[in-house]
Design a protein around this ligand. Structure first.
Ligand SMILES: Cc1cc2nc3c(=O)[nH]c(=O)nc-3n(C[C@H](O)[C@H](O)[C@H](O)COP(=O)(O)OP(=O)(O)OC[C@H]3O[C@@H](n4cnc5c(N)ncnc54)[C@H](O)[C@@H]3O)c2cc1C
Length: 401
């Protein structure tokens, strides 16, 4: 059974897919989202950079979840490696570059609820609860077959279907991947003392241990460990795990309580060799999976979403084909440098922590020392981190599409 034609079908109702759909349909593009119900409880939180928050404000999503987000006004980096060459402690303050906060940390479930609620308000957006099973790419259109027997023809498919993307495989796009000898454990915590809107990242020899503020006396923790440590830590009863976390965090937020829900994410990078081909573009984790270091993943995904919406709306205004090879090639061109540079930065930071190679440790220490001491350099790095100069789609600048 063919559903009526949507100009664009978004496969995947995660944060990247819903953001793209809201941006497209909000500008009048007939858009369908094929969204499979979430398989498992997701306790992840996302630190959304100020530019991502601007985009969500512009899309009228942020007002539906802002009260569930905590500002990150300061970021503290602490070398906890006990190595010979240790870096000095560095603290970045958003006020130094005139911002109220670098980022806002929110539980994914609240962000998704706000995106879903906004999606339901837009007449040009149709949410279809189904699983996409197949893509058929033709010269003039592309059709998505669903597990309920439905079929959705469109001019363009936006593959926002996560790390095991069907759209990516269907478009014949391969990935380059690399795994690290590390696993991220995620927990949400309550604590006795306030976090002071400060995110604290302890750099340890197995990777970062990062406390990120949530509203109230709560924080999320991304705790990167070696795979050998995973069975022991995940099997600990709450009270013993809380004591271990308090010890590793040097009691900076006092006594810890563990909230229900524990996440385990083996660290890997996986990047599609091409972000768009044959009426299919890839966004979010379908295009790039990053380790949860430096809060890059979804911020990149939202820039993908804003970029594809911008390109489709411009092509439509010019009377062009929104699934043309020119458009998919332009998307690839506009997103590649941003994704490559962010993945390299995350890789370098992570490797400098893992490496026992003294010159590399020295270089990391020197870099942080210079950031601590040289105000203009520190401010330039902070500005680039919050709003990368080379890749700001219009939504990130607060311009409606
Ligand atoms: C521990 C951890 C911490 C993180 N912290 C941060 C952070 O602080 N800041 C940041 O920017 N990023 C962070 N990230 C990354 C961020 O969580 C991801 O980039 C983001 O969740 C990916 O969103 P997405 O919409 O691309 O994919 P997903 O959230 O995976 O959504 C994909 C959706 O597609 C659906 N789907 C899949 N296949 C089909 C199909 N065939 N048919 C229909 N639907 C389908 C799935 O059910 C799912 O709903 C973190 C990641 C981890 C692991």
């Amino acid at each position: 059974m063919d559903h009526t034609i949507a100009e664009v079908v978004v496969v995947g109702g995660g944060p990247a897919g819903l953001t793209a759909a809201i941006a497209l349909a909000g500008a009048g593009v007939e858009t369908a989202v094929v969204a499979m119900p979430a398989a498992a409880h997701d306790n992840r939180t996302t630190a959304l950079l100020a530019s991502s928050v601007t985009a969500l404000e512009t899309l009228r999503v942020w007002d539906r979840c802002a009260d569930q987000a905590a500002p990150l006004k300061r970021m503290r980096l602490v070398d906890d490696t006990a190595r010979l060459l240790r870096a000095p402690e560095v603290c970045f303050d958003a006020a130094e570059i005139g911002l109220p906060a670098f980022a806002y940390n929110i539980e994914n479930r609240h962000l998704l609820a706000a995106l879903e609620s906004r999606s339901r308000d837009i007449p040009a957006l149709r949410l279809i609860a189904a699983k996409a099973e197949r893509l058929e790419v033709g010269d003039a259109d592309v059709a998505v077959s669903l597990d309920d027997g439905g079929r959705l023809p469109a001019r363009l498919v936006v593959g926002a279907d996560g790390r095991r993307s069907l759209c990516r495989t269907a478009a014949g796009i391969e990935t380059e991947s690399r795994s690290y000898p590390q696993t991220a454990l995620t927990f949400n915590l309550t604590h006795a003392r306030p976090h002071g809107d400060t995110s604290t990242e302890f750099h340890t020899a197995s990777g970062p241990f990062t406390l990120v503020p949530l509203p109230g006396q709560r924080s999320s923790l991304v705790f990167v460990v070696t795979p050998e440590d995973v069975p022991r830590l995940t099997a600990l009863p709450d009270a013993e795990l809380a004591a271990e976390i308090e010890r590793r965090s040097h009691s900076i937020v006092g006594k810890i309580g563990i909230e229900p829900g524990r996440g385990v994410f083996p660290l890997a990078v996986e990047i599609a060799r091409c972000f768009g081909r044959s009426r299919v573009v890839l966004i979010g984790e379908a295009a790039h999976v990053m380790p949860p270091i430096g809060a890059q993943g979804l911020n990149l995904g939202l820039r993908d979403a804003a970029t594809i919406a911008e390109l489709v709306i411009a092509a439509r205004q010019d009377g062009g084909d929104v699934g043309s090879n020119e458009l998919t090639a332009r998307f690839e061109h506009m997103r590649r440098a941003d994704v490559t540079s962010r993945s390299l930065a995350v890789d370098l930071l992570n490797r400098s922590l893992l490496s026992d190679f003294l010159p590399l440790q020295g270089a990391r220490g020197l870099g942080l020392y210079l950031l601590d001491r040289i105000g203009p350099l520190r401010r330039a790095v902070m500005r680039e981190g919050v709003a990368p100069a080379a890749s700001q789609p219009r939504l990130m600048r607060g311009e409606a599409l």
